[in-house]
Design a protein around this ligand. Structure first.
Ligand SMILES: Cc1cc2nc3c(=O)[nH]c(=O)nc-3n(C[C@H](O)[C@H](O)[C@H](O)COP(=O)(O)OP(=O)(O)OC[C@H]3O[C@@H](n4cnc5c(N)ncnc54)[C@H](O)[C@@H]3O)c2cc1C
Length: 253
C-alpha cells in the first residue's frame, strides 16, 4: 500500500467521474485489453464508483472530473481496502517476499501452486494472481510459467532537454515559468517505417523546469509517444500566438 499512500500527491485520485469520461478513449496503451474488464457487466467505472461508495469511501469530484476521497487523504482509500480485505478473511503474509512459485502435481487431476517465501516458509494455493507492480520478480515468475512478457516502457515522465536549457539555449533562464495553455508537438519515427515524420500533439498547462519540460500535456505525450519515439526528437512548443520554441529532446535512457 506504500504506493497508494503517495498517490495523487497523498490524496489518491481514485477514479475519473464516469459520467463525464470514456476511460478507454483516453488510455494510451492497452485500451483494447481494457474493454472486457471494464465492460458494463464486469467492473465498469460506474460499478467501481458504486463499490467504493458502498464500502464506505465518500468521494468528491474536482472540476476536471478527477475523484478524490472527501478527506483528501490516501489513507482513507487504504483503510477501506484493508478493512474489506479483513472482513473477507484475507490473510496477510508480511515482511517476506515470494522468491519462486512452483506447480506441485500429486496426481493427473489436480495440483497446487507452491509459493516459496524468502524466509524459507511456503504457502499452497489453487490459483495465483501476480500483482507485483513493476518489480522484476513478477516478470521472472511469469517467465518461469512460459508467459510472454511484452517489453515494459515508461509512461508519464517529464522531458529532459540538453543544450536548450543550458546557457544560450532557447529554454535557458525560463525554469520555473508555467504557461496555462501550450500546444506541444513531438515528432516521432513514422510507425509505418516511412521517412515522413509523424507528429503527436497535446494541449495543456506547461511547466518549464531546470532540466526540461513538465506538465499535464507533456506527461500525456510521454504516454502516447514512448513506444514509437526515435532518438533526437524534434519538439515544438507554442505558448500563445506569438512565441514558438523549438528544441531537441534527448533520450535519457
Ligand atoms: C507518485 C505516484 C502517484 C500516483 N498517483 C496515482 C493516483 O492518484 N491515482 C491512481 O489511480 N494511480 C496513481 N499512481 C499509480 C498507482 O500508484 C499504481 O498504478 C499502482 O500502485 C499499481 O498497483 P500495483 O498493485 O500493480 O503495484 P504496486 O502498488 O507497485 O504494488 C506491488 C506490490 O507487490 C510487492 N511485491 C513485488 N514483488 C513481490 C514479491 N516477489 N513478493 C511479494 N511481494 C512483492 C511490492 O512490494 C508492492 O507492495 C501513482 C503512482 C505514483 C508513483
Amino acid at each position: 500500500m506504500s504506493k497508494v499512500k503517495i498517490s495523487g500527491g497523498g490524496r489518491c485520485n481514485v477514479l475519473h467521474d464516469p459520467d463525464d469520461f470514456d476511460i478507454k478513449a483516453s488510455y494510451p496503451r492497452g485500451s483494447k485489453e481494457l474493454v472486457s474488464p471494464l465492460s458494463g457487466k464486469k467492473f465498469s467505472p460506474e460499478k467501481q464508483k458504486k463499490w467504493w461508495e458502498d464500502h464506505g469511501l465518500s468521494m468528491h469530484v474536482e472540476e476536471d472530473g478527477r475523484m478524490f476521497p472527501v478527506s483528501n487523504k490516501s489513507s482513507s482509500v487504504i483503510d477501506v481496502l484493508l478493512e474489506n480485505s479483513r472482513r473477507q478473511g484475507v490473510k496477510f503474509e508480511l515482511k517476506k517476499s515470494v522468491e519462486t512459485i512452483s506447480f506441485e502435481k500429486e496426481n493427473e487431476e489436480d495440483g497446487n501452486f507452491k509459493l516459496n517465501f524468502s524466509d524459507g516458509t511456503f504457502q499452497l494455493a489453487d490459483k495465483v494472481v501476480l500483482a507485483t507492480g513493476s518489480s522484476d520478480s513478477g516478470y521472472r515468475i511469469a517467465k518461469d510459467f512460459n508467459h510472454t512478457i511484452v517489453k515494459p516502457v515508461p509512461s508519464l515522465f517529464t522531458f529532459t532537454l540538453g543544450r536548450e536549457v543550458e546557457e544560450g539555449g532557447v529554454f535557458a533562464d525560463l525554469a520555473g515559468i508555467s504557461v496555462e495553455d501550450a500546444a506541444i508537438k513531438v515528432s516521432i519515427e513514422n510507425p509505418d517505417g516511412g521517412k515522413k515524420k509523424k507528429w503527436l500533439e497535446e494541449r495543456g498547462p506547461l511547466l518549464i523546469t531546470h532540466k526540461g519540460l513538465s506538465g499535464p500535456g507533456v506527461l500525456r505525450l510521454s504516454a502516447f509517444g514512448e513506444l514509437r519515439r526515435g532518438i533526437g526528437i524534434q519538439q515544438k512548443v507554442n505558448c500563445g500566438d506569438h512565441s514558438s520554441l523549438t528544441a531537441v529532446l534527448h533520450r535519457t535512457n
